[in-house]
Design a protein around this ligand. Sequence first.
Ligand code: PEP
Ligand code: MN
Length: 264
Amino acid sequence: KLASREFNPTDTLIRVSDVVIGGNKVVVMAGPCAVESREQMLETAHAVKAAGATMLRGGAFKPRSSPYSFQGLGEEGLQYLALAREETGLPFVTEVMEPQMVPLVSQYADMLQIGARNMQNFALLHAVGEAHMPVLLKRGLMSTIEEWLMSAEYILSHGNNQVILCERGIRTFETSTRNTLDISAVPVLKQLTHLPVMVDPSHATGKWDLVEPTARAGVAAGADGLVIEVHPRPEEALSDGPQSLKPERFAALMTSLPAIAAAI
Ligand code: PEP
Ligand code: MN
């Protein structure tokens, strides 16, 4: 298998402008769940840049559980992300939800995100496999590590070897957190694959006050980076406010990471 350590014993490094993912630095992708307005995106981008984030994140096309929830700004959202990149110098990742949208999203983004709900959307995996773009492949809500790696295989086998895996929690019987962060997925993946591994403690926990400890655990477990939701006013967020960090909390989290990364 193309994703396996047997096929490629050395860690894959993925370059996104001047960011290297999979090296010995912890990459932090931060930003709002959804791009809500020009002001919200720019304010968040400047705040996370000041705190030391290496990339921006933000959804323009949102896979919401309810059709009545905010669905994202679409292409307008991509334009605000591009503006945020211009102002901060940070590249960005954003979700693409359907194969037909891959060309449009690729025109703006530096990295394509495949959301948890689309991990086994094979037509979409095929489409991003033909794109010349890094892909952040989130773990499906109910997916085993083996299924997840087979989804990565769809992308790799269509010619795109720039895949990053993102553990974002899975469904279990536990209801204290939105999902259950499978922290052991990080070392398990490190054994099985040469692809970089990230952790998203925001979606894994669903609660802002659990983001910092689980983010730290992700780094301690050997993750190559983190995906963190940040909103300047979480109480007003159009999606995922309860799990979004205020910029000050995000900055505090950032200062705690180097010591953990240095210790492993
Ligand atoms: C997101 O990153 O905003 C998102 C929708 O994540 P997931 O697909 O992991 O639920
Ligand atoms: Mn979200």
